[in-house]
Each structure stands twice: as structure tokens, then as C-alpha cells.
Design a protein around this ligand. Sequence first.
Ligand code: PEP
Ligand code: MG
Length: 956
Amino acid sequence: MAKKQVKRAKTKKAAPAARRASAARRPAAAARRSARPSASAKRGGASARTAKAKAGKYVYFFGNGKADGDRTMRDLLGGKGANLAEMTNAGLPVPPGFTITTAACNLWYANNGRLPAEIEREMEENVRKLEKLAGAQFGSVTNPLLVSVRSGAKFSMPGMMDTILNLGLNDQAVEGLKARTNNGRFAYDSYRRFIQMYGSVVLEIPKERFEHEFEAVKAERGAKTDTDLDEEGLRQVVERFKGVVLAETGKEFPQDPFVQLRGARDAVFRSWNNERAKTYRRLYEIPDHIGTAVNVQLMVFGNTGDRSATGVGFTRNPATGANEFFGEFLVNAQGEDVVAGIRTPQPIAELEKVMPKAYRELRQITKRLERHYRDIQDFEFTIQDEKLYMLQTRNGKRTGYAAVVIATDFVKEKLRTPREALLLVEPAALSQLLAPVFDPKEWAKLPVATRGLPASPGAASGQVVFTADEAVAWSQQGRKVLLVRKETVPDDIHGMEVAEGVLTATGGMTSHAAVVGRQMGKPSVVGAGEIQVNERERYFTVNGRTVREGDWVSFDGLTGEVKIGQVATNPSEILQVVSGRMKPEESDIYRRFNQLLTWADRERKLEIRANADMPDQAALAYAFGAKGIGLCRTEHMFFGEGRIEKVQRMILADNEADRRTALAELLPLQRDDFYGVFKAMKGQPVTIRMIDPPLHEFLPKREELMVEIARMEATGRTGPELEEKKRLLARVEQLHEFNPMLGHRGVRLGITYPEITEMQARAIFEATAQLVKEGIKVVPEVMIPLVGVVRELRDQKAIVDRVAQEVMKEKGVRFKYLVGTMIEVPRGAITADEIAKEAQFFSFGTNDLTQLTFGYSRDDVGKFLAIYQERKILERDPFQSIDTTGVGQLVEMAVERGRKTRPDIKLGVCGEHGGDPSSIHFFHKAGLDYVSASPYRVPVARLAAAHAALSVKVGD
Ligand code: PEP
Ligand code: MG
């Protein structure tokens, strides 16, 4: 298990390193996140093969102002191929070439790595066409045809697959290149680069073998840098490289350009299934079966001298969205020089000074491209002897921040309608705007120490502490702390509250730490399995490093990356406005964010509520636009200051009278909380759920008590304190359960201790009565959890109804209320028609429904989930994104059966899936009335609900 995780971490780490320079210059995590193709794009068949796609055609030519394909053919030509065709058709200066389709790739895989002879022929015909157009021939000693061979899938996967440049060079052609360019050094440098690239990518010879030879020649010739090697030196390098190929493969380096081309093409096909590409696809939910296209394109050289250059850029700033030309270039360089970061590129504005004509043309072309695609473009170009060539254009990846800025600007510039602008922003990317952010430059300086599940977004940096009490003590001294726990338990909440973030070694996306973290907007990474926490001795180890209390650790709750060290963060402006610390007119990004969400509200059908337990969370949810509370977990109210003792007294009571006395103390506290929540929601609906978790969760841990008792006894401390501890231990043992998630919890508690339901109902109704008296309208929705049998609900409803009548009578006011249930036990979903006889509303508890449908414990799923995903047993974490085929069927069944009994039954969802965009899409289609998400995910849910409505409209 541990080994697997290490392996996985490594492949993940490899991905950003291999990313192209264009991405590396952006905040890495953000760029990767936004690299995710939009959910609607993946589902939608909008770019399906068009009439242009021809049966039996596997190679599409482009050049000289005309292309066989166009931008609509991304499925077949890949993103790069489709855009090269489109640019060619638009008359832009694109070096000619051809695209071998994704269908050919799939055929190649189906035929065990071979293509049928017809396709080989089709490719050769296209080479001939290219030769004619370029006036060059493969292997020519006067004017050799040289091409690049690049991958290009439907969804861009920057740097994940392989590329080969300068293909076509051999012992003769190199002389041809020398003759044509009159530059022997350049020709031999190109040849040695080609052998090296071909050797490592196609022939799979370790790169070091070539590097070793290269360094040896440099040493022999006293060359300090690569550029110190002259033509003669490079000729020697070429000879040595050919020697490496012979030694490693037993064969000479292939001299036939067609052999080279087939080898390179097959290597690109093969690279579709390399580890980093597979990892990337898993991360961004790109299907495995779609395959990659291969683009073969005439080489142009940015490295022929000082009148040549190569670069990459964006039409707008991809990090901030600012409407400024953004990019970098290198004079006298080839593509990978910019990518590899060996030389520091210059900002693109400098290009205007060194090559003004090419710069002006580039600026004009890229502006045109942006208007054509009606989106920010990420482009690559080469200037050969002052002539500009466009090598690529694609819609640019951007941070969530930039996405909002660009979308709102496009509407202002009339490039997009508000409805279209909504679709330019990934809902999940909005969380980035709410979370504190790392300074991207500082973040990139530290290596990743480990990864966990990205449970709650945000940047957290603090000094490590191992207990909640320490967290409080340290923060009172003004220190920033990061709470690191093996796992979190309910009474850690005070520590979580003051910590910058929470990091746990175990737990899944709906574990307590994750749920609470999100609800609080607290950055959290959970289930970081490589961390070994020693809470007693206050240190943890990770991959051989030891981190002690007080050491600095930082993590990104959006990616799950953990680093050792301190990194500076900046607070989110939007949060400052929403919480009233900043005026809306002072914040440009807030106004844009608000504008976008107002457009979203016009489109969506689903209502959005929030999961909030305390008045301050309810107020925040309201400010974020929630139209009600979908879940108030009353047990969370028990964790507040000075309350846990009262709850413990209630639990420890071994008779009803004592229990009632303890409950009487809790009543006013709960009543005040409910009053606060109702008031914060200003008359909007509030669903309050009766106590849910097993009671022992409120008591100290068995092992801790045993240690304390043993210590007291060993030091001779006897008396009432020791007796009390022993009594507590006895009760803890009595309450101990083997499967607490399946044990004495939910409605089962209310049935066995009806006085708890009674107290909670009274607190709800007394608060209601008070507000009604104050003239504020409140219609509480009382929710019974974990119902699987209609009689359970009937039993509890009777108590709630009785208490409501009592309170109305006592207080002399009348009020309305609803009684409903959670549908979170499969039997509840199956018998929803029965249950609807008693329930005025259903709220799907998809956390438990997922747990109970799969039979995976919510708290233990982290132990095997990664492997399940790696082996494709599960595509996604079902606790994060609803399993539409299994759990989803139960939801659909309950919707149908519930409505049959009670057509006006109110239907919502309050599991964590209520804040997950793809799950929201499903809930929209299932016809629910609302989704309920943690306050910080309310904006995400508003936008996702609009996306769902819009994509259903276009026939998805
Ligand atoms: C659920 O099960 O989906 C739910 C909302 O309840 P909880 O997470 O509190 O069990
Ligand atoms: Mg539940």
C-alpha cells in the first residue's frame, strides 16, 4: 500500500515538471486545475465528427491556405490538429503538414501496434504532397524535408506525451541542411538533437546515456557550455550518439526517413499510455479510449541565428485575466529551449524591439485568433529569418480568478453573451476565488513532501501542532498553526477553528475533518497516508523526514499537495466583501464574481441552500446567495464552548430522570442557536436535523482514558476524580460499537431516547414561537435522519407533533412547520412511497447513501480508494461525485416513488455531493427542487446549477 502511494506520488510529481513552459509560468496548481476540460465539453457531443470527416480517411493534410479538416473535428484530429487546420484555412502562416487521426491511433492499438497497409500508404502520399509543397525531399542532400512529430489529443494534455523534432535528418540530409543554411554547426546540432530525442523517445534508451557522451566530448574539447562546441565537436557527438544507439539496440540508427517517421508516429501513439499521461487523464477525467492524433509538420527553425526566435504566449494574462499581451521568447532557439528552462526567456514586449515586423504581425494574428475562437488563446510561434510562423493555438488554461475576469470582460466587449460567458468559467474554479492563496513564486520554490485528498480548498501555512488544545494555546500567543492529526474527532473543533488548516493522515472526502473543514472554509487535506503521526511525542514523519511541533508546514487544499516550510499567503478579497470587511465598490473581482452569479441565477432551475449549523455560518451562506438552510446538523452545536460537558452528562445518565435534567441544560443553548440561524436566514426555509451520530463520539477515547487511569493509579492519585474517570470508562466501554456507522445512531437514538427528540423539537419550536412573536416569519423543517422503515418516522413524527402543539399552547402563538426525513438508507429509498406517507419532504443524505450502497465506510475509504482509482475499478471517488449508475438509481427511484404518494413533496440533497458540480448536473436531471452545499460552495453550486440547466437545454 505504502509503496503504491509513493509510486503514485512520483507520477503525479512528474507531470508538472514535464509541462511545457507556457504552463510552467503560470501558478502551477491553478494551471493544472483549469486544464481540466469542462464537464459539459466532455459530456457534450458538440464537436462530434462533422461532414468533413470521411470514412476510410486517416490522414488530413493542411497547407497553402487550405486544409482537409477544421476546428469542429477535434474528436478526429485532436485539439492541435483541428486548430492547425483552422488556422491554415484562415490564411495564417502555418507550416504545412498533416494529421494522422485518433481513429488511426485506436486502430493501431487494436492491431497490436500496427497500422493497415492502406494507412501507411495514405501517410506516404501525404509526405509526397508535403515534399511538393515545401520543395524539399526526405533525405535530400540539397534541400532535405525535415518535420516535427507531435501528439495532440482532443483535450490538451500539456507535456504529457512525446514530441520529436528535426525528423528526416540522416548522414546525407545533414549535409543538405548544412548546404542550404550555410551553417554546419546548426546542421550538426540539429542532427545530434534529433538522434538524442529519437533515441530516448522511440528507442527508449535512457537519456543519461546520451548526456554522458555529450559531456565527454565537451570535456575533451574544453567546452564549458553546449554552445562552445563547434561543428567538429558536434560531428563527434553525432558519431558517439550513433554508437550509443548501436550498443543499446544492436542496430544502426535508422537512416531511412520513412522508417524514422513510422517509429516516431508509433512512439507518440504509445505515449498515450505512458504513466504521466494516464495519471493526467485520471486527474482530469479524460476518457482513456479516445486516443491521440499525431501531427507531422514541416520544421521551421528558430535557431538559425539572431534573426530567428521561438516563443509562447497568451492573448491575455492567464493568471489575472488582465487584457494584456502575455508571453516569452528566445532569440536563436528551438522550442524545447523555452520549455526546458535552460535559458531564461525574455518578456514578449521585448520582441517589439528586436523584430518589430514579426512582433506586429504576431500581435495582429493573435488578436484575430482570439476574436475568431472568442476565447483567450495560448499560442506558440517560431520566427525563422524574420518570417513568422504560427505553430499552435488553443484556448488558454487560466486560473479561476482569470476565468471570472475574462468572462465578464468578454461580455463587456460584446464578444460573448452572458449565457456563453457562464460556460467559460468552471464552477469548481470559483472556490479558488474564496480561498487564501499562496504567492505562486514562493510556492514553486519548495518540493512536494506528500499528497492527501484535497478536502477543502485554500492555502494553509502554519506551525505544526498535534492537539486541538495546543492549537488554541499557540494561536492565543498570536502564532499561525496547522493542526496535524492522525484523524480528527468532534471535540477537535475548537482547534480546527483557530488553525490555518487541518492535515490528517486518515479519512476520506466526507470524513469529519473534510466535512467540517469545508463548512468552515478551512483549508484541509485529509487521508495523507504517507504521514506517520506520533501525537504523543509530537512529531510526524513523511518519506524519511521528521517534522516536529513548531516546524512550518504548508499545503494547498485544492490540490492536496503538502510541503515542508513556510509560504506566504494572501487573503481572498471576495470573502472580505461578503463578511462586511470591505465595500463591494472597492473590489473589482467581487463585482465581477457577483455579476457572473447573477447571470447564473437567471438560468438555473435548482434552488441553492446551505449546510450550516451556527448563526455565523448561516449569515455567510445567506451572503453567498443561499436561499435557505438544507441541513443544520444539531449535534455540531454540542461541540461549542462549555457544551460538551453537558452533553456528556446527558450520555452518562443511566436513568431517564437524570437524562432529562441534563437535557434541560442543553435546551436553552440549542434554542438560542436555532433562533440565531432562523434570524440570519431572514425567513427563508431552514431544515433542522435531529441528533445523528452515535453517542460515544461525544465521549473521550477509550485508550486515552485507560492511560490516564493507569497514570493516576501509578502516582497514587485516588479519590473522586479517579472514580469519575472510571465511571466514564465503564460507560465508554458500554457504548463501544464495532461498527458505529451502522450502529446506534440517527433515528435509532431518537427511538431509544425519545427525550432527546423532545428536547430538540422544543428548542426548535420555542425559537420559532419567539420569532413569530417578533413578527419574523419562520417555517422550520424538522428532519429525522437515517430512516429506513416508515414506522421509525411515524414514531418520531408523533413526538415532534406533540411538542409543537405543546409549545403553541404554552406560548400562545401558532406557526407552521414541516416534518420530513433524510433518504440515506437504501431501504428508505426503496420504500420511498411508504415513507412519503409520513414525510412532507425528502432530503437525500448521499454521504450515507453512498456508504451504505457500496458498503464502504466513509471513514475508512481512504485506505483503498487510491488503488481502486489507479486500477480503474472506480473512476472517481463516489463520496465526492455521485455514482450515477448505482446510488443515482436509488435517488431516481425515491424521487419517483415519493412523488407518486405525495406529488408536492419537497426534494433536496444535503450530502456533500450537493456542492459538487457534476453531481449537481445529475440532481438537476433527476428533478430535485434544491441542492444544499457548505456555505463556501454555495457560489460553486449556483454556477454549476446554471451550467446544468444550460447543457440540458442544448440536448445533453
Ligand atoms: C449524509 O449522510 O449525506 C448527510 C448529509 O448526513 P451526515 O453527513 O451528517 O451523515
Ligand atoms: Mg447521514
